[in-house]
Unconditional design. Structure first.
Length: 147
């Protein structure tokens, strides 16, 4: 049976690099299926950039890319996964980041997330989205630091 890995990505260099490092760690696992996952808000495609910058946030000040930008980012990331010989699928959902990632964890065996560099790692784990998700994921969590 394949190891089902959930890889939430926000489009940042940090999350991309962490995915790459995580895939290196998982290279010895015989069968890996990675779900590239992004949370967005619907309704901002085609809107002027200034409007998206001004309104594309929720009450927790989370910034969301447009759905089309998310799909383009995940498509580029699929090529990285294929380079590691990993089966991938992409999923873009709407909603609150923490809630949607926790929902997706129910269908996966491992959550692969990025952490910040060593000096920011402890700070990132205290009160951050990563901490909220890691504590409540209900599955194994692999936090990969950015190098």
């Amino acid at each position: 049976m394949a190891l089902r890995v959930l890889a939430p990505l926000d489009g940042s260099e940090t999350s991309q690099k962490a995915l790459e490092n995580g895939l290196r760690i998982l290279q010895g696992v015989p069968e890996v299926q990675v779900t590239l996952f992004n949370v967005t808000h619907e309704g901002f495609d085609g809107a002027p950039a200034e409007m998206v910058e001004q309104f594309d946030r929720d009450e927790d000040d989370e910034i969301f890319p447009t759905r089309s930008a998310s799909l383009r980012m995940l498509e580029r990331t699929e090529a990285l996964c294929k380079g590691f010989g990993v089966e991938t699928r992409s999923q873009v959902v709407e909603g609150k980041v923490v809630d949607r990632i926790l929902e997706a964890c129910k269908e996966h065996d491992l959550l692969l997330m990025h952490a910040l560099d060593k000096t920011q790692f402890k700070e990132n784990l205290r009160g951050s989205q990563a901490e909220k998700i890691a504590r409540r994921a209900g599955i194994a969590v692999l936090l990969v630091p950015y190098e």
